[in-house]
Write a new protein. Structure first.
Length: 312
């Protein structure tokens, strides 16, 4: 790997040819297409899914050829940085400003006037709403000759409702009866129809507390159900390997190169789609049990589905 001035793709192509391997043989070993191998060897990284994938491909290709991947990754990183700098917009680049002409000013003025009119209408509506006579519960005055309003019973019932509204939030398991007497009136009606309202407040207890307990119980039940639905995957990288693990909704749970000696634990809902760039150098445990990766190996890599909708 001491060749100076060569790109990662050129170095890999040179080593492949030295080992007498064809593009198709390399593609089959890495579980990639021949087109992808050619893309790597001509350094056309823009055609790959992204820089992370490109690094993973370079590392796997280097491991297949039994050469160090670090120099290739360094060369690739320098190429990416150089490309990013080339595409950067200078910080001090002049900003082209467009002066507003008379038509722009006219549009702006018209917009402001419309906004002022709308605001004025909103204020007028709000003030008219505040001044609207409210609905009041009134008791008709009993005249001295003994005749009174026929709405007396209705008014008394309304007052009783108000009493319930006032005391409902403070009563704690009480059998207390609240008695509201009408204002004394003169005349025969006062003697013939004495009015009182009795409100039984016994049923107004524990509503809020019971509701809160029910909500807490539901939350705990949901949390336990979610925890049971999740599976646990432990990755122990004995050698460096690219690892791509996605859950049932294709969310990326792990998507990076796991260095040698590192242990990664993830949780999620299966089934899981798993890709290992160096399957021989990885140990995997699923829900506490060691999982046999040999059945899925294809050369250096392994691609398989683990778990199902009802987690194992």
């Amino acid at each position: 790997m001491q060749d100076q001035g060569k790109s990662p793709g050129q170095l890999l192509k040179q080593k492949r040819e030295e080992k007498g391997l064809s593009v198709d043989e390399v593609a089959q070993s890495l579980n990639l297409t021949s087109r992808t191998i050619n893309t790597i060897e001509v350094d056309d990284y823009d055609s790959l899914p992204g820089a992370t994938y490109a690094r993973g491909y370079l590392r796997n290709y280097a491991q297949l050829l039994n050469i160090s991947a670090d120099p290739l990754i360094e060369l690739f990183n320098s190429m990416v940085i150089a490309e990013e700098k080339k595409n950067e917009i200078p910080v001090n680049a002049p900003v082209v400003s467009k002066e507003s002409n008379s038509s722009d000013k006219g549009v702006m003025l018209g917009t402001i006037l419309v906004a002022v009119v709308i605001f004025g209408l909103a204020v007028a509506w709000w003030q008219g709403r505040d001044n609207e006579p409210g609905r009041k519960n009134q008791v008709d005055t009993v005249r001295g000759d003994g005749t009174g309003s026929t709405n007396n019973d209705t008014t008394t019932a309304t007052n009783a409702d108000n009493v319930i509204g006032d005391v409902g939030t403070t009563i704690k398991d009480s059998d207390t009866h609240i008695v509201q007497k009408d204002t004394p009136v003169s005349g025969k009606m006062a003697q013939q129809n004495p009015q009182k309202t009795v409100v039984d407040t016994k049923t107004l207890t524990y509503g809020t507390a019971a509701g809160s307990k029910l909500v807490d119980a539901n939350k705990r039940s949901v949390a336990v159900a979610l925890d049971k639905a999740q599976s646990k995957i432990v990755i122990h990288a004995k050698q460096s390997s690219w690892v791509d693990i996605r859950d049932a909704k294709n969310n990326k749970l792990l998507y990076e190169t796991v260095s040698a000696g590192r242990v990664v634990t993830i949780k999620g809902v299966g089934p899981f789609n798993i890709f290992l760039g160096n399957a021989a150098g990885v140990e995997l445990k699923f829900n506490g049990k060691k999982y046999d990766l040999e059945q899925h190996r294809n050369g250096l890599v392994a691609r398989f589905k683990l778990g199902n909708e009802i987690n194992q």
